[in-house]
Write a protein of this length. Sequence first.
Length: 631
Amino acid sequence: MRVQINNLSHDYAGTVVLTDVTAAVLPGQHIGIVGANGCGKTTLMRILCGDLEPTGGSVTSDPGTRIGYVPQSMEFADARTVGEYLLADILPLRAELRRLESAMSEEPDRLERVLAEYEAARETYDAANGDTAEERAERLLGELGLAAALEQDLTTLSGGEQNVLALGRAVISRPDLLILDEPGNHLDFAGLAWLEEYLRRYPGAVCIVSHNRYLLDRVAETIWEIERGALSEYTGNYSDYRFTRLAQALSDQATYAVQQRKLARLTELVRVFEERARVTGDPKWGKRLRARRTMLEKSREQAMDTPTIGDSRIEVAFQRTGVKADIAVDISGYSKAFGQRVLFADAGLTVHVGERIGIVGPNGSGKTTLLEELVTTGSWDNTHLRVGPSMRIGYCAQKRERFAPGTSVTDAMLTPGFSTQNEIFGILSRLNFVWKDLDRPVESLSGGEWNRLQLGIAIISKANLLILDEPTNHLDIPSREAVEEALHDFDGTIIAVSHDRYFLDAIADTIVVLDDLKLQRHQGSFSEFWMSHRPRSVPASGQADLNRRRSAVRNGSAKKREQNAGNAGAQAGESKATEQKIIALEAKQNELEAQMADAFTAGDYRRGRKIGSDLTEVRKRIEELYARWGG
């Protein structure tokens, strides 16, 4: 299998998103695709799978190549039940086999031709493992954390569950090329761990668009970066790409500085010659002037553009009002149920002013419900959800229902801050909005625009308590990093729900797990929590149901205790020490990458090269420790 992209171009109403893109997807190659929001990643994926015709160029593939595609949002018009949807690529193949079997007995004069068609259809069916499709579909539902039966009506699933189901449909037939557009947006940590392990072992080719840096590090062996319509290919995972990108930018910056000095000298020389030619009127000075002007024009043509590190970063800076209390939030005896479905039973948690809490748990465990109730009903007088009287909440919600239909971006920003339109635009412009966006209705915003608006509302409210529900969903990696840096500098209280490991490591010093209908506190970073409590490995296949995944953290911890009990104490100690070294070195890697980017911004390429050398050693050490630890 080989998919070849040939001089591909595409535009929307004259706005160019892809220009003269040439690349190839090779058998078994795992490619991560990165770039700023709106750069053309999804467009390229849709063209690859045949869902969109390019403006120019072509995509070719070997005959018989099977492609599976999972977009960011799904439509389910072609199926009624979970089983019909999951097996939508298998059932037509099975029906074709039945038709050909009937034709062999009913049309003996065409037997040889029908038999050849049957053999070809059978080969395709067997390649998709059609005989075990139902069994694998039921197993896959458990692995994806969906408590659903094959005969269940699709309309009974939530939007997030439907998107997870779309992932299952793509992998059930084991296509030669699996294309995934932001598959992690609707997966919890157990689901992400399953996806990571599945993709690492997947024998076919994979193209994955993702803003999850950890997933790209663990799955991708090649990175495609799309910037300004062009595609650049980098060998290695995301960290390899990021290091190469930074190192190249620093090198380009040194070359750029030399070129600019040369252009400045030539420009000054042209000015001097112009003056001499004007004053003297000597034709020789005119000839010299023309030669210098030609040299200057050629030098300008050959000079590189201003180097960048691929960032289209938003600018985030939170402000807060003062706090005189010690307790920000006090949850006590909190219970919540929807009919027979119980989310919380007598749960409790105290959050002190200045604490930075990351909340994690399986999909459907009640994380969003808890945050919504804190914001909408929490008060110091509430018996179960007490919020300090001096706390001013800044809320980033997943659901847009917090605003009435037709609410404009301006109206959404005016509500908390009572600010002028100019003040509103001053904030939103740093979040990559333009003036005409101020009149757009909130429901028209993309996922990334919605989250950037939420951040703007939190900024303008001058909150001292930030309650954040997946605040980095749909944001590109540079924008995520900008949010992380702003939250790192924020000295108020943070309660955040996220499935992004890097984000939680950057902003949280305490992890709260929704487990057994309670809120369990774990001091330390998410990496420390996850390495100590996750299952040692997540199998790519095997029986797993929602209840087991709800207790994946407890099971992982129990399994680890059993393993440690059966192993030598020295081995257990060594494993724990290795985990701690990995956590520390990964934090050091993030710090060095930030310092390298700062050196680029400051134009200090000598310092950048020194940091790059240190970063190379840290990354090498991390790989060695992962190999030893087996993570």
